[in-house]
Design a protein around this ligand. Structure first.
Ligand code: ADP
Ligand code: TRP
Length: 321
């Protein structure tokens, strides 16, 4: 089976991205044929500075590798190295009803935040469908917020197949219930666009500060606390074993432990989990030529697969004479 997913190079990678998506990529590369990319065409809807775009694209590639994607096992590449995706995106847009796109949360939310709606933002899910369908992907590991986009992809793929005959593989979202929505330091969903993230590769001091500033209620140290209502506990649970989690829950309920202590334990758990990756990340930062080389090789492989699917689609709809 082929597993495919991508992240936009739109800011610092954070623990929501890791537990919601990238950890699944790393696990899947062993059992599946993994295709993992950097969605820079999608990020064009928000990043307008070419230098930021280049740097953040390369940074995200280094993040992927530091977090455990292995170019010997998976294909790691940049979206814009596969221009076939844009051609398929056009073809798919001709079987995509306007209403389907008008219902997409990501578009509606951005418009609500006052981000001016251009066509790229509106057509974003069609490009995402092209990303997924062009590699005959079976599984798409993502966090909860991307579920709707994968459903739109299925819908578009089915419409193409119904119109032109069985051509495209219809994918399934792959979402882990326990990590589908990681909370941010303000209790809302962790997201680059809310400035409430805990980045994975910030300097230690900044990470500590971030964790210490997680918003909690005002129960005093002595008071019994409800772990289920606390973001610190929810975040700690991501790193902890079942036993550590139960012990921490017990300390919450017993009273006598301040939120500050729970935050310190969360910080320790964060460092234990990401210590190795942070070291690797520094080594990669000093060796960006290696990162570029991985991306070039990944693109060559991905492009060959994309070409075959695109040719099949061109033939199916008769734009191949
Ligand atoms: P952001 O919202 O920070 O911009 P992206 O949209 O780039 O994140 O998401 C990249 C991947 O990480 C997607 O698969 C997305 O579902 C996942 N993801 C992002 N934030 C979270 C979160 N808070 N919890 C779980 N998964 C998340
Ligand atoms: N829209 C996704 C996000 O913001 C990124 C993305 C683009 C993607 N194309 C994709 C994810 C294809 C999975 C599959 O997170």
């Amino acid at each position: 089976m082929r597993a495919l997913s991508g992240v936009q190079p739109s800011g610092k990678i954070h623990i929501g991205n890791y537990f919601g998506a990238i950890r699944q990529y790393v696990r899947m590369q062993d059992e599946h044929e993994g295709f993992f990319f950097i969605a820079n065409y999608h990020a064009l809807t928000t990043i307008r500075d070419p230098e930021d775009m280049r740097r953040q694209t390369l940074d995200l590639a280094a993040d992927y590798l530091a977090l455990g994607l292995d170019p010997q096992k998976a294909t790691v590449f940049v979206q814009s190295d596969i221009p076939e995706v844009c051609e398929l995106s056009w073809i798919l847009s001709t079987v995509t009803p306007m209403g389907l796109l008008e219902r997409c949360h990501a578009y509606k939310d951005k418009v609500a935040q006052g981000i001016p709606a251009d066509h790229g933002l509106f057509a974003y899910p069609v490009l995402m469908a092209a990303d997924i369908l062009i590699y005959d992907s079976h599984l798409v590991p993502v966090g909860q917020d991307q579920k709707q986009h994968v459903e739109v992809t299925r819908d578009i793929g089915e419409r193409f197949n119904n119109t032109y005959g069985e051509t495209l593989v219809i994918p399934e979202p792959y979402i882990l219930e326990s990590t589908a929505v990681v909370p941010g330091i303000d209790g809302r969903k962790m997201s680059k666009s809310y400035d409430n993230t805990i980045p994975i590769f910030d300097p230690e001091k900044a990470t500590r500060k971030r964790i210490m500033s997680i918003v909690t209620d005002s129960t005093p140290v002595e008071g019994a606390k409800d772990p289920e209502k606390c973001s610190v506990f929810q975040l700690y649970s991501l790193f902890a074993s079942e036993q550590q989690r139960a012990e921490m829950a017990e300390r919450y309920r017993a009273g006598g432990m301040g939120y500050g202590d729970a935050k310190k334990e969360l910080f320790e758990a964060f460092m234990a989990q990401f210590g190795e990756a942070r070291k690797r990340r520094e080594e990669l930062a000093a060796n960006l030529d290696y990162v570029r080389d991985v991306l070039h090789k990944g693109a060559e492989h991905a492009r060959a697969v994309a070409r075959t699917t695109l040719d099949r689609c061109r033939a199916a709809c008769g734009v191949d004479i």
